[in-house]
Write a protein that binds this ligand. Sequence first.
Ligand SMILES: [Zn+2]
Length: 112
Amino acid sequence: MAGLGNIYVCEALWRARISPRRQAGTIKGERAERLASAVRNVIAEAIEAGGSTLRDYAGADGALGYFQHRFDAYGREGQPCRGAVAGSRCGKPIIRIVQQGRSTFHCPKCQR
Ligand SMILES: [Zn+2]
């Protein structure tokens, strides 16, 4: 996932229902296809929404505003798991974990 912004990684993993705790090398077959497709969609939508680069916006609170309403996982700690694109999800609270110094948001129920 190197080179992808943290936000996009969180969103793509959420859509693909893959846990961020999973080692990259263990994502194979149908899971890998789901993830690749989710990454493409997330990036396409971000560009459509006005994001011209894949820079990570996590550091700048102000910069989050424009994209924030589109996030399903990122920045939604404690809020119910839901899907603007994928339809309704489980409704359990999104949790935040820290990986390599970065906050990662995910649903522990949907994402395996
Ligand atoms: Zn969920």
